[in-house]
Write a protein that binds this ligand. Structure first.
Ligand code: ZN
Length: 234
């Protein structure tokens, strides 16, 4: 978090790190139990079906990965957030939560892992960085081959090491900082992504793009100007 805060501060933005989000919410035992029960309802059970939040609680095993419906998670947290800090929405500020939880949105008949969810609050998911952008095409071909022949997938990951972001990857800090800028820009200017494939606000779909574009982290002149305006409060 220190690295992310430093990166944003270096861009001239005024940043306040408020510590652990749960500590910041300081929920009582009853509220905590309610929050946990709501989060369980937001969990994805079937990757090909949208979460039925108000339906009967699912009896089947959830999807192998701990994946949550991003919009339900956002709604749940925004309710608790505003319940505890009602003045926050009126301030001319932007709120970002950096989380290790895996968040997905439903579209084209299945859930897709997301790196960012814009809104109040915005989320940047470090697990989404690993699971969202696609790995090299050859990786998937070889993976199918490995699964067929019963070989250890760790061997495959080893062969592709460095070509995609993995859990515990030290590059995540810098890349997470870059990704805070996307919902931030959207919040203040309505601009979602940048078309310039050299700009860190480009909408990357591949791991290679994230490593080539977000990791070096340069802003195009136009986006740099926008961020500067936001920093000056204009
Ligand atoms: Zn740009």
């Amino acid at each position: 978090m220190e690295g992310v805060v430093d990166f944003l501060s270096d861009l001239g933005l005024s940043v306040e790190f408020r510590g652990d989000f749960f500590d910041f919410l300081s929920l009582g035992a009853g509220e905590m139990a309610e929050l946990e029960s709501l989060l369980r309802r937001a969990r994805v059970f079937d990757i090909e079906r949208p979460v039925d939040f108000h339906g009967a609680s699912a009896s089947s095993e959830p999807f192998e990965k701990e994946l949550y419906d991003a919009f339900w998670v956002q709604r749940i947290f925004s309710r608790f957030f505003l319940g505890k800090h009602p003045g926050e929405l009126a301030k001319n500020v932007f709120h970002a939560v950096i989380t290790g939880r895996l968040l997905g949105t439903y579209g084209s008949r299945r859930y897709h892992a997301r790196v960012i969810i814009s809104g109040f609050p915005s989320f940047i998911s470090t697990s989404g960085l690993v699971e969202g952008p696609a790995r090299p095409r050859e990786y998937y071909f070889l993976k199918a081959e490995f699964v067929r022949s019963g070989r250890d997938l760790a061997e495959l990951d080893e062969a592709f090491r460095g070509k995609f972001i993995d859990y515990g990857d030290e590059r995540i800090t810098k890349i997470a900082g870059m990704y805070v800028l996307q919902p931030l820009l959207y919040n203040f200017s309505g601009k979602e992504f940048c078309e310039n494939s050299k700009c860190t606000l480009f909408n990357s779909h591949w791991q290679k793009e994230v490593l080539d574009i977000q990791y070096p982290g340069s802003l195009c002149a136009e986006c740099g100007g926008e961020i500067e305006k936001i920093a000056k409060g204009q």
